[in-house]
Each structure stands twice: as structure tokens, then as C-alpha cells.
Ligand binder design. Structure first.
Ligand code: THU
Length: 139
């Protein structure tokens, strides 16, 4: 996996951030199971709550194009190391339980995490599947 390439794409996406309210620019780039890259930026809306984070923009683009699994996702933002918000961590959990999360300041300065480190003891699709099995046994 070319981490520097993923960060480069995230930095390019960051330039497209539509952030008239926060002026906080975030870019993201992810790698699918078959090594395709999808990018996203944050998009802010005047009524605030419809605002979409860069990570979810990238993820929803990939899923809506038929992908089901994320191997890695890189995030860059205006903060000194911008970490994914809680909602984005949960969305990454849905499609990338084993994903590597790359938090970068530049192509050369980055940190790598497993999702488990950023969202320990998480809830996910398997838990619902398990509940189904359990309720079948109770019938
Ligand atoms: N933001 C992201 O795009 N990703 C994150 O993980 C953190 C927050 C965006 C949302 C909003 O447009 C701006 O950063 C300030 O919160």
C-alpha cells in the first residue's frame, strides 16, 4: 500500500473543502479492497447539521460506486494532526473493521492506527447478526 500516495490524494481533496462557516479544511482519501482510491472533502451547509465530514464524503462515494470494504483511509486537516470525529469512526467501523487509519500533516509526517485503537469495544454489523441468531434460538 502506498501511504504517501494516499496522503497526497487527501491533500488534494482538502483544497476542495467547502467550509464557509468553520474555515476548517479537511481532506480524505481511502483505499478499497481492490486498491481503488476515493477522495472526499468536508462540505458545510448553512443550517449546520447536514454538514458532511471529509471521511464520510469519501466513504459514501466509494460505497455508492459498489465497494464494500475499506483497507485504509487517510485524513488531513487544518489542525496539527486532525483525527476523525466519533461519527466518522463509526462509519469506518461499518466498512473497514480492520482498516488502517492514517492521520497526516504532510506526506512525510503521519501516524498510523488500527480502527480498534480509535474505536475500542465497538458495535458493528456482526453484533446485529449475532442478535438475530440468538432470537432465532429463542423462538
Ligand atoms: N471535520 C471533518 O471533515 N472530519 C473530521 O473528522 C473532523 C471534522 C469537519 C466538519 C466541519 O466541516 C469542520 O471539520 C469543523 O468541525
Amino acid at each position: 500500500m502506498d501511504i504517501k500516495e494516499l496522503i497526497k490524494k487527501a491533500l488534494e481533496a482538502q483544497k476542495k473543502a467547502y467550509v464557509p462557516y468553520s474555515n476548517f479544511h479537511v481532506g480524505s482519501a481511502l483505499l478499497t479492497e481492490n486498491d481503488e482510491i476515493f477522495t472526499g472533502c468536508n462540505i458545510e451547509i448553512a443550517s449546520y447539521s447536514p454538514t458532511l465530514c471529509a471521511e464520510r464524503t469519501a466513504i459514501f462515494k466509494a460505497i455508492s460506486e459498489g465497494h464494500k470494504k475499506i483497507k485504509a483511509i487517510a485524513v488531513v486537516g487544518d489542525a496539527d494532526f486532525t483525527y476523525p470525529c466519533g461519527v466518522c469512526r463509526q462509519v469506518i467501523r461499518e466498512f473497514g473493521k480492520d482498516a488502517i487509519i492514517i492521520i497526516a500533516n504532510s506526506e512525510d509526517e503521519y501516524r498510523e492506527y488500527k480502527l480498534e485503537e480509535l474505536l475500542p469495544h465497538s458495535f458493528g454489523p456482526e453484533d446485529l447478526a449475532e442478535a438475530d441468531t440468538r432470537s432465532e434460538k429463542n423462538v
